[in-house]
Design a protein around this ligand. Structure first.
Ligand code: UD1
Length: 342
């Protein structure tokens, strides 16, 4: 079996993971998904098969299960690892911190350990703009920005993850690591065969808006209208998930060309801020549906305005987001309608 292009993708059935599988296959890589489907759906694998017209390799393994994960490394010879598998719900992480620390930290440690043991040199870690924490008066953040304390265990697991990586690369293991700090990935693949599939009630704005438009949720509550932003609502950097997926391919390709042992961090965003009201209006325009929404109180821990400094992603990875927020809204809406018709 050719060892040249195999990439281990943990959490490859999840939202960003599944979109990344598409881009990897379309760029000549051979991804192997490790996912135990605790937070994803098997239907994503079917969708991936249809989009890529290929057989998707999946091993149903929990990344925290040391011996089961090791067996995957023994079975295949990887040139890279993309480690997505982790929990990401901020509120839940406050309720169940140990669940977050165990899954997000142990999973990472296992992957790093096997990268070293099996000589897998190229490693991409899913990080988040949440690592920047609560900053005073700075809306655009570059990678040079100092981290502030995280406002929830979830964010803390990403900060600790980056710290573990920093310490890990102090020894010459030959493992090169790229942490991608995602801003707000949204939208769906243009085929509507894969997309965001939150289990239970969604927490993030896009699926909530889409489900409200579809009538699945009664009303959207806009969390606060008294922020010092263009229209009083929070501003975020919404980046199309297929562009985020593409950043992983560019990341692996860049890592392959580097030598040594090191860790780099790169923002993955558009560099543009969009308010909640702007998202609502775009959804209304595209769907032709009047959304039922109202202003509510601020959500605790919310950051007023944050968007990515994008110079480093352009320079280092030759990556930038090509799709607009409008396209993301269109694709999210197409995906939601397809789910309704299922
Ligand atoms: C959140 C997390 C972030 C995590 C990301 C992915 C916080 C503070 N940040 O990002 O760490 O990486 O999710 O899971 O929780 N909104 C409403 N009404 C709703 C839902 C959301 O007004 O019903 C608002 C939010 O208050 C926020 C904006 O929409 O201002 C975007 O929210 P969301 O999609 O949850 O993303 P973040 O908060 O940016």
């Amino acid at each position: 079996m050719s060892a040249s292009k195999k990439i281990l993708v943990t959490g490859g059935a999840g939202y960003i993971g599944s979109h990344t599988i598409v881009e990897l296959i379309q760029n000549g890589f051979e991804p192997v998904i490790v996912d135990d489907f605790r937070n994803s759906h098997r239907s994503a694998i079917e969708g991936l098969g249809k989009i890529t017209n290929s057989t998707i390799i999946v091993r149903e393994v929990d990344v925290c299960d040391y011996s089961a994960l090791k067996a995957v490394f023994e079975e295949f010879s990887f040139i890279g690892i993309i480690h997505f598998a982790a929990y990401k719900a901020v509120g839940e992480s406050v309720q169940e911190p140990l669940k977050y620390y165990r899954n997000n930290i142990v999973g990472l440690i296992n992957c790093l350990e096997f990268a070293q043991e099996f000589g897998v040199e190229n490693f991409v870690f899913s990080s988040s703009c949440t690592v920047y924490g609560e900053r005073k008066g700075v809306s655009v953040v570059t990678e040079a920005e100092e981290m502030q304390p995280a406002n929830a265990p979830y964010g803390n697991t990403k900060q600790i993850g980056e710290q573990i990586i920093h310490d890990f690369v102090q020894n010459e293991t030959g493992v090169k690591i790229l942490s991608l700090r995602y801003f707000n990935p949204v939208g769906a693949h243009k085929s509507s065969l894969i997309g965001e599939l939150p289990l239970g009630k969604p927490n993030n704005l896009f699926p909530i808006v889409a489900q409200t438009a579809a009538g699945k949720m009664k009303q959207l509550i806009v969390n606060g209208n008294d922020y010092s932003t263009k229209d009083g609502t929070c501003v975020r950097d919404y980046v199309h998930v297929s562009d985020v997926a593409d950043a992983h391919v560019k990341g692996i390709e860049w890592l392959e060309k580097q030598d040594g042992t090191f860790a780099e961090v790169v923002n993955i965003g558009t560099g543009k801020g969009t308010s909640i009201l702007e998202i609502i209006h775009t959804f209304e325009e595209i769907s032709g549906i009047k959304l039922n929404w109202t202003f509510g109180p601020r959500r605790e821990g919310d950051i007023q305005e944050i968007y990515a400094g994008v110079e480093k992603s352009k320079k280092l990875l030759n990556w930038e987001s090509g799709r607009t927020v409008r396209e993301a809204v269109q694709d999210a809406w197409n995906w939601e309608q397809q789910l309704e018709n299922d």
